[in-house]
Design a protein around this ligand. Structure first.
Ligand code: PMV
Length: 314
């Protein structure tokens, strides 16, 4: 019997980096891009193998390093379910760009955890999937806040504060809105950028704490605007958040150029999203302007632009 499971990408709308230091953040799932894990039984005694052809990886659980994220997701799931290692091949496919702030690592882990749990006859709750993916995220990131696994496992907009249970952080979207997600084409490993911010914070603690507080305030205002359906206010808050991220030192000239291009073409607000220093930026647009802004972003050098609609799920 074969099993398939999947998980979406995500973008952080507000609060990246400050969220690692206990402030709040807002993230939404991006359903247009997904990671998929399919499980096929393999001959008895062959053990568990994970194949990720996009990454040119074929890894056997029995010989994998402890910190190999793909097999770690499988191992943690089997331990959680208290079941023996099955003889299977798990094939991973993903349309989520890697190392660009769209949550590809967490989505791959979530798809794998879900598929393996279903295959074992014990589907897991979103909460359980989130907790297992968080453990794998620690291998990817070092000190993840937990926002990626939460939004990806729950597949709904979340207002997230580290250590708060995901149930408390469900976010109501007062009015749907349109986002463009534009890729600088420069990959930016989260672990590296988070490490740089930590070094800077150690050198200038007082200054960074003030910036994190200011970002936290913007996130809380954004939550109110999002719940009230005040899209214009949401746009200005994105601009404010971007300025604060520049001060944190995590923007780049390409990100700033794309943010400017989005404004020029009529976006209501724009900012980098995720770790920064590369990866993606997001622009909030009126639906009727989406194509124009998208063209302008491509003209300014975006290598890919995804258009997504954020709305209340379920
Ligand atoms: O969007 P990503 O996967 O690049 O995550 C970055 C978000 C950070 O706040 C910078 C780190 C974290 O763990 O929350």
């Amino acid at each position: 019997m074969s099993v398939i499971a999947s998980a979406p990408g995500k973008v952080i709308l507000f609060g990246e980096h400050a969220v690692v230091y206990g402030r709040s953040a807002i993230a939404v799932p991006v359903m247009q891009v997904r990671a998929t894990a399919s499980i096929e039984p393999s001959p008895p005694g062959s053990g568990l193998t994970v194949v990720a052809s996009d990454l040119k990886k074929r890894i056997s659980l029995s010989s994998a390093a402890e910190d190999e994220p793909l097999t770690a997701a499988a191992r943690l799931t089997l331990e959680h379910l208290a079941v023996p290692i099955p003889d299977v091949t798990i094939t991973i496919r993903s349309t989520i760009p890697i190392a660009s702030g769209l949550g590809s690592g967490a989505a791959v882990s979530a798809a794998l955890v879900r598929a393996l749990a279903s295959f074992s006859g014990s589907p897991l709750s979103a909460e359980e999937v989130s907790a297992l993916v968080f453990e794998v995220e620690k291998i990817h990131h070092g000190t993840p806040s937990g926002i990626d696994n939460t939004v990806i496992a729950h597949e709904q907009p979340v207002y997230f504060v580290r250590k708060q249970s995901a149930k408390k952080v469900r976010l109501n979207v007062g009015a749907p809105f349109t986002l463009l997600i534009a890729d600088t084409g420069k990959s930016s490993p989260t672990r590296r950028v988070v490490g740089r911010v930590r070094q800077a914070w150690r050198r200038q603690k007082a200054r960074y704490e003030v910036l994190f507080d200011q970002i936290g305030d913007v996130v809380d205002e954004a939550r109110r605007a999002m719940e009230a359906g005040d899209i214009r206010e949401l746009g200005s808050l994105m601009d404010e958040n971007h300025e604060l991220l520049i001060e944190l030192g995590v923007s780049s000239s390409k990100l700033d150029e794309l943010v400017d291009a989005a404004h020029f073409a009529g976006a209501l607000g724009a900012k980098l999203s995720g770790a920064g220093q590369g990866g993606n930026m997001i622009a909030l647009v009126e639906e009727s302007f989406a194509n124009e802004v998208m063209e302008e972003l491509k003209e300014a050098g975006a290598t890919r632009v995804i258009c997504t609609r954020v709305q209340q799920q379920g």
